[in-house]
Design a binder for this molecule. Structure first.
Ligand SMILES: *Cc1c(COP(=O)(O)O)cnc(C)c1O
Length: 501
């Protein structure tokens, strides 16, 4: 199976090239030329397998230039009980809420307690194998700019992976205390973490400049290294996310929650549109899905897009209590547009160009009609996010994080507006303990303690929900990285970190 660029159909690359390269030269994203199709019998066969078996089957159908052994090695290394706490890395909690059924798909049982582990635990294995096939023998240097979750998940995924080095830049005062501690205490011999004196945009711009700096690229090449990216537009991050939608459906079948062939809704707290797009791919492969519920926080650019067909990034940027969704340019939407136009690269390129030059674009009626048929868009502000956490905890005794609460709230809006009682999968994307302050204030009226770990303890005392072991262990972990630098010093810091003169 080969891959095209969303902005130029004449670009055709193999799976390993798409993963090694990350993004196409003209700025487009790589998309599969066709999708494997699963009949319901195929889905029933998947249902007889465990998570790793399901992942191996689905990955093999997309990564056709990988050997079976390479796929098996990657999957077996990524989804272990040791890393995810049990044999099923993505278990479901069933919640009966009034007369609607929510199947909360918990994607946060991995090492960093956020759903990005589902992809970033396997990406390093797919990436090193891809680099080997396309740039034999080179060492991959991963640069990441992060506002919190991605950096830590990438560090955990790449730590001590042979043939890779990883360097993460985060804004000195722009991440939560828990996220900072997660990164500053990172283990591994090939990792580096640097705080920059600037905001997330400065970090991101700084990293992009290094990626395209010819002098630095040449120096890396002389040392047999090349830059690679672990961000969410890499196909190698999207593909593993398709697996858990099939897996959730199989688990629901096996547990008698749905009948053969019954459709489900999918509700996803959305930022860069990767997670929800994975469910869209699953449907196009044969998974019975009725509606995609796209949930945003106050940065509701996607809600407006789904309602009106106009994507307009010229608006106020809100810093919310669901920070991983604080995004105004949702990169993976480009892939959806490509598929909804049946691969019209010219139109997609035109819209993306309008977005960068004018700050907005409007899709045509044919695309708008397809969006209306498939998607429901809604948003939820911070106050209602907290109220949703409190209600769910009080009424159903289920504790969720701020991002998941946004999805639950918008799902409830959908049910109220449509009366649709289709069984629904809610993607739960982080442990409540990752955002202990907001979650604690939502379930308790007591004055909050000052210290992050005191809040974690207090939340555990109030709710009796277990604290994920890796988060609990941070309290006494040794800090390894306290270095910070000016934005202008980033290129030199990278070279120093790689011991290149
Ligand atoms: C990254 C992230 C999201 C957004 O996911 P996208 O794939 O970017 O839409 C939602 N919740 C959490 C906790 C995240 O870390």
């Amino acid at each position: 199976m080969n891959y095209n660029s969303t902005r130029n159909k004449n670009t055709v690359v193999s799976a390993s090239q798409a993963i090694a390269q990350g993004i196409s030269d003209e700025g487009g994203l790589f998309v599969p030329q066709e999708l494997p199709k699963y009949s319901f019998d195929d889905i029933k066969t998947l249902a007889t397998m465990d998570y790793r078996g399901r992942a191996k089957k689905i990955l093999a159908d997309f990564l056709t230039d990988f050997t079976e052994e390479e796929i098996n090695e990657s999957v077996d290394a990524a989804y272990t009980a040791e890393k995810f706490g049990s044999e099923n890395p993505a278990p479901i909690s069933y919640i009966q809420c009034g007369d609607t059924n929510m199947s909360v798909l918990e994607l946060w049982h991995g090492p960093t307690s956020a759903f990005k582990d589902m992809a970033l635990q396997i990406l390093p294995h797919l990436l090193t194998k891809s680099v080997k096939k396309t740039y034999n023998g080179k060492e991959a240097v991963i640069l990441v700019a992060t506002s919190g979750d991605t950096g830590k998940a990438a560090l955990e995924g790449f730590k001590d992976v042979n043939g890779t080095k990883i360097m993460v830049f985060y804004p000195l005062n722009g991440v939560s205390p828990m996220q900072k501690r997660q990164m500053a205490t990172q283990q591994g011999n090939n990792v580096n973490v640097v705080a920059i004196k600037g905001n997330f945009d400065d970090a991101q711009t700084g990293v992009k400049k290094i990626f395209t700096n010819k002098e630095i690229k040449d120096k890396l090449a002389e040392n047999n290294m090349l830059f690679s990216s672990a961000n969410s537009i890499n196909w190698g991050r999207l593909l593993p996310q398709i697996v858990y939608y099939f897996s959730a459906y199989c688990d629901m079948l096996n547990e008698g929650k749905i009948k053969d062939g019954e459709k489900v809704n999918v509700a996803v707290p959305t930022g860069n549109f990767g997670n929800i797009l994975a469910s869209f791919y699953a449907m196009n492969m044969g998974l019975p899905v009725n509606k995609f519920i796209c949930a945003s926080n106050s940065n509701n650019v996607l809600t407006d897009f789904i309602k009106t067909g106009t994507y307009d990034k010229k608006r106020h940027f809100y810093t919310t209590i669901s920070p991983s969704m604080d995004i105004l340019v949702s990169s993976n939407l480009e892939r959806l547009l490509y598929h909804l136009t049946d691969g019209d690269d010219k139109r997609v390129a035109k819209w993306m160009n309008q977005l960068s030059t004018e700050g907005s674009y409007t899709v045509d009626d044919d695309v708008k009609a397809k969006i209306d048929e498939l998607f429901f868009g809604g948003f939820c502000d911070d106050e209602n996010t907290k109220k949703t956490i409190g209600d769910l905890y009080k009424n159903e005794n289920y504790l969720c994080d701020t991002h998941t609460a946004v999805a639950v709230n918008v799902y409830n809006q959908y049910v109220a507006q449509t009366g649709d009682k289709t069984p629904s999968i809610i993607a739960s994307t982080a442990s409540p303990y990752k955002f202990a302050k907001s979650v604690l204030s939502a379930v308790s009226d007591e004055t909050l303690p000052n210290d992050e770990f005191a809040m974690v303890d207090e939340l555990a005392a109030v709710t009796k929900c277990p604290v994920p072991a890796p988060l609990a262990a941070l309290k006494d972990a040794q800090e390894r990285f306290s270095f910070n630098c000016e934005v202008s010093e980033m290129p030199q810091v990278v070279l120093n970190g790689l011991s290149i003169k």
